[in-house]
Write a protein that binds this ligand. Structure first.
Ligand SMILES: Nc1ncnc2c1ncn2[C@@H]1O[C@H](COP(=O)(O)OP(=O)(O)OP(=O)(O)O)[C@@H](O)[C@H]1O
Length: 237
């Protein structure tokens, strides 16, 4: 996969919320930041991209080939840190890892010990997922999101619960995570985000703007991403 194009994507969730995406072109190797106020539609967009929500309308193109929304071709190529914590109650890290490996039919992949080591978790693989802290869960899910070597990785609020070392580790590794992949990271922590983003996708009230290169934002806005964000918000108010 080299590019993903999204056109005319619509998802109506309620009378007051409608997601609309037009002409969003995503390139492999790039890290996209998805930013916007609370309730803007970031999670909704990510859920549409990974098949957790079925859009009402719209078209994906992968490498210029049209792909049905929620087609298995795209689903097997997506990794996310979304999880319904309740559904993992009682399961150990090893159980969750084994399920993941089974679901994707994987072999020749990193061991769970290596995964835990890479995300800086010094815990036993028999540990129950729901007994871990928020940040520990976040680290584990980040590791798990790329085990099946997906082409598209969607990380919703990956800094949530991470301690400062966890944030540093994430920022250190994010560039290698994006190699050969499209990486979309959604977060409100703009100061951290602007250190590693290639392009920024602003969203508000379900409307997605064209991706803007981070280097343009640095050139055009004195205070960087926060200035750009504030200006987009003002324009929409
Ligand atoms: N299942 C649902 N049914 C109806 N409305 C929903 C549903 N899920 C989300 N919404 C609404 O859709 C809008 C977008 O929500 P979404 O969670 O995508 O925003 P977000 O940008 O991720 O917000 P935040 O930054 O607060 O996480 C909100 O108005 C929300 O209340």
């Amino acid at each position: 996969m080299q590019t993903i194009k999204i056109n005319n994507l619509h998802k109506n969730l309620s009378d007051s919320f409608n997601l609309i995406v037009n002409d969003l072109n995503l390139e492999v190797g790039k890290i996209y930041g998805l930013v916007g106020p609370n309730g803007a539609g970031k999670t909704t967009l990510m859920k549409c991209l990974c098949g957790l929500l079925r859009p009402d309308d719209g078209m994906f193109e992968i490498d210029d080939e049209k792909v049905e929304v929620a087609d298995s071709k795209i689903l097997s190529q997506v990794g996310t840190n979304f999880v319904n914590s309740d559904s993992l109650k009682g399961f150990s890290l090893e159980d969750i890892y084994n399920d993941h490996v089974f679901y994707y039919g994987l072999n020749n992949l990193i061991t769970i010990e290596k995964l835990l080591d890479e995300v800086g978790l010094s815990v036993n693989k028999k540990m129950k997922f729901n007994t871990m802290s928020l940040g520990m869960k976040q680290r584990f899910l980040l590791g798990l999101s790329t085990v099946h070597n997906p082409s598209l990785v969607l990380l919703d609020e990956p800094f949530n619960g991470l301690d400062p070392d966890g944030v540093d580790l994430f920022i250190e590794n994010v560039r290698s995570l994006s190699k050969g992949r499209v990486l979309i990271v959604s977060s409100h922590v703009l100061r951290d985000m602007e250190t590693f983003l290639d392009d920024v996708i602003f969203i508000e009230r379900g409307k997605v703007l064209k991706a803007k290169p981070m280097h343009e934002i640095r050139n055009e806005y004195k205070e960087g991403l926060k200035d750009y964000y504030d200006e987009q918000k003002r324009k929409r108010d």
